[in-house]
Ligand binder design. Structure first.
Ligand SMILES: [Zn+2]
Length: 295
């Protein structure tokens, strides 16, 4: 499937509410063909997507009704701003392409054809060298969470470039939850609190071990949870959040060839140098982190 860039300035555009800019809308196959002839000479795929929008750092290609996904799209545009503010990161370097299929069948068929061998998940972030990142998903019950997770990867990649797997996944796990639930996301919250209180051998997850994982295949459920717990610890304190921001900038500046091989600046070293008793601090943070009780 050829997908034309929605930003070539040749399309007829009009403003939408909430800052969404409608770039193209397919009323019917014939209309689409007509629009393609009229405004988009040479665009073979005008009929492939029901509508296309530009919003924040995203180019959005939809085969679902915009109103069913609008709220989530607004949240991920907010997330873009939030990541920049929290970690003093630059804006996205390029537009991220976001494709939302109408159902699992069309989504699966597309991914299998375009990315043979890719793990079959409900959502996917495709990172190609020197190309804008692409996020694919379909409309389903956990759509919002999946989209926030993959778009966190895409936004971080666009702002920073490659990151160590554990930081990348830890942040995606953190920001995938609805805002009010990020800190207390279950089952992680309960499991980490239990570990800190009752695991006498390893109450604090080994940071060095997480840092040493360089293959996605070696990154297990327990690593997702532990990475999330470290990111949770780092984000929810202004001085620690600053340290994390500094580390992300270090990664941005690090040697590209080394990063491709999984070699990154050491987070453990940076944290140890700035907070020598970081393990004790982690333990205290988690022991004291009580879930607010609903009135
Ligand atoms: Zn992920």
């Amino acid at each position: 499937m050829t997908i034309k860039s929605a930003n070539d300035g040749t399309q007829k555009t009009r403003s939408e509410n909430f800052g969404f800019r409608l770039l193209r809308f397919r009323l019917s196959f014939l209309t689409a063909a007509f629009i393609a002839l009229l405004f988009l000479p040479g665009v073979a795929s005008a009929e492939e997507w029901r509508s296309e929008y530009a919003y924040g750092p995203f180019e959005i290609y939809l085969n679902v009704d915009i109103n069913s996904v609008r709220k989530t799209l607004e949240q991920i545009a907010d997330l873009d701003r939030e990541l920049s503010v929290r970690f003093s990161l630059p804006p996205c370097q390029e537009k991220i392409k976001l494709y939302i299929f109408e159902d699992v069948k069309t989504y699966t068929a597309y991914i299998q054809k375009e990315y043979p061998g890719a793990p079959m998940r409900r959502a996917l972030f495709a990172m190609e060298k020197d190309k804008p990142g692409k996020v694919f998903t379909f409309f389903h019950s956990d759509f919002a969470e999946d989209l926030r997770h993959e778009c966190t990867h895409a936004l971080l990649h666009s702002k920073i470039g490659r990151l160590p797997i554990w930081i990348d996944e830890g942040l995606a796990e953190y920001f995938e939850a609805p805002k009010a639930q990020r800190v207390y996301k279950e089952p992680y919250y309960g499991q980490i609190r239990k570990n800190v209180s009752y695991n006498v051998f390893a109450p604090v997850p080994d940071l060095k071990k997480l840092e040493n994982i360089t293959k996605m295949g070696d990154f297990l459920e327990v690593h997702y949870r532990n990475s999330w717990s470290w990111m949770n610890f780092m984000i929810n304190d202004p001085s620690r959040q600053k340290i994390l921001g500094n580390y992300l900038i270090l990664c941005k500046k690090a040697d590209e060839r080394e990063k491709e091989q999984g070699i990154f600046p050491s987070f453990t070293e940076l944290l140890g140098n700035t907070i020598p008793k970081y393990k004790t601090e982690y333990k205290t943070y988690w022991k004291e982190l009580k879930k607010p009780t609903n009135p």
